[in-house]
Ligand binder design. Structure first.
Ligand SMILES: [Zn+2]
Length: 235
């Protein structure tokens, strides 16, 4: 079955971006906040750059692996339940085809079609590809939204690493004794850019999305700085 041309090809829908976009924004956001906060926490405890950079590299590696693993596992279980639903649907179509066609007609009727039109649409789509019709119109699954574990894992692992490199490079290039202020400044700018990019890519309002990302970032960095300072005093 062919996909019809869009009525507005110059202004595409955003829905097919949701899968990897969500993983990418989540990964990048986590990368900046977790690695910047860790660097600031260690820098608050010790003024030496060595331990700070070692902790930063370790946080980047550990974070990227856990993000990718987490996405892979969660999206895989989503893919598993989607596949189980599709299998169950195929079995039902095999066992009770007439009931399934009536169910499809009821779905179209509930969407506003007249009983006669709904029955005709259900009959035609059932004759064409019954499973595709049920998967799309009963289960609400489509190619756009299909769970892709590897894509999601890669999207979040790669974006986590790329984003986490920002505070890490800032710490590395920071003048001696100015690691904390440099990392905070660079991370806030990076989070603002990320918030704006995420809002733009998902067609969401710019300011609330940006403030949300920056607000949480500042809160996380302030918390770890306080804890680091506490440890620095007590160690
Ligand atoms: Zn069904």
């Amino acid at each position: 079955m062919t996909t019809p041309d869009s009525a507005h090809p110059d202004d595409p829908h955003y829905v097919h971006r949701t899968g990897w976009l969500r993983a990418a924004v989540l990964g990048a956001n986590d990368g900046i906040i977790s690695v910047a906060s860790l660097i600031i926490g260690v820098a608050a405890a010790t003024p030496e750059a060595g331990p700070v950079l070692v902790a930063g590299v370790a946080a980047l590696m550990a974070g990227a692996m856990s993000m990718a693993a987490g996405e892979y596992i969660s999206v895989s279980s989503q893919a598993d339940s989607e596949q189980a639903d599709i299998r169950r649907e195929a079995e039902a179509l095999e066992a009770t085809p007439a009931d399934e066609e009536a169910e499809l007609a009821a779905i179209y009727q509930a969407r506003g079609l007249s009983p006669a039109t709904a029955a005709a649409v259900a009959r035609e789509l059932t004759a064409l590809d019954p499973l595709a019709a049920h998967v799309r119109d009963e289960l609400g699954l489509s190619d756009h939204l299909a769970a892709r574990p590897l894509q999601a894992a890669l999207a979040s692992g790669v974006t986590f690493s790329a984003a986490a490199a920002v505070p890490l490079v800032a710490a590395w290039l920071a003048p001696a004794g100015a690691i904390m202020v440099t990392v905070v400044a660079v991370s806030i700018i990076a989070l603002a850019v990320l918030g704006a990019l995420g809002a733009k890519a998902g067609a969401a309002p710019l300011v609330p999305a940006t403030l949300r990302v920056v607000g949480w970032g500042v809160f996380a960095m302030a918390t770890t700085a306080a804890v680091g300072r506490l440890f620095g005093v007590s160690v």
